[in-house]
Ligand binder design. Structure first.
Ligand code: RB5
Length: 171
């Protein structure tokens, strides 16, 4: 698996490098996403992709906003290039992440949504529902999310710019 999108965007060279360092993916889940997150980490390991795991670290009941916000802040702050968040439905994780200025979190339950989230919305965070989709589909969605570029220029850039304006005007 070659993750082309980052090399196209940033280096023109090695796929996992950005700005002279290894591309970093922020991960977060709650208890509902814990088992699937383990499989996602194995997949990322197999792809030689680096990640930072912001928890949770067990299947004990936990509060999704705590972990979503940690990962979202890492993406918004530039410490990580992308985020992958998993809870039972993906809904709580996506709502929480989208509270952080600079985050465009997309809850995707099929491959079309993942492709469009990147091409049209320049989504920087992917939210998944472990109780909604199976592991195989989750990994396919992740592959597309990481491999698809933004259709920059024209109407999509204008619309993402409007989202950025909303962020700037937040209290
Ligand atoms: C936890 O039971 C569940 O509510 C959580 O994982 C998530 O689905 C919330 O949106």
């Amino acid at each position: 698996m070659v993750f082309q999108v980052f090399s196209q965007m940033d280096t023109g060279g090695v796929a996992v490098l950005k700005k002279g360092r290894v591309l970093m993916i922020a991960l977060a889940c709650d208890h509902g996403g814990f088992v699937l997150m383990g499989k996602v980490k194995s997949y990322l390991d197999a792809c030689n992709l680096e990640y930072e795991d912001f928890g949770t670290y067990s299947d004990e009941s936990s509060d999704y906003p705590e972990f979503a916000i940690r990962a979202a802040r890492a993406v918004a702050g530039g410490e990580c290039e992308r985020g992958i968040l998993i809870c039972g439905t993906g809904i709580g994780m996506s709502i929480a992440a989208n509270k952080i200025p600079g985050i465009r979190a997309a809850l995707c339950s099929n491959c079309f949504m993942a492709e469009m989230a990147r091409r049209h919305n320049d989504a920087n965070v992917l939210a998944l529902g472990a109780r909604v989709i199976d592991t195989g589909l989750a990994l396919s969605i992740i592959e597309l999310f990481l491999n698809t570029g933004f259709d920059a220029g024209g109407r999509h850039s204008r619309r993402v710019g409007m989202l950025n304006d909303l962020d700037r005007n937040r209290g």
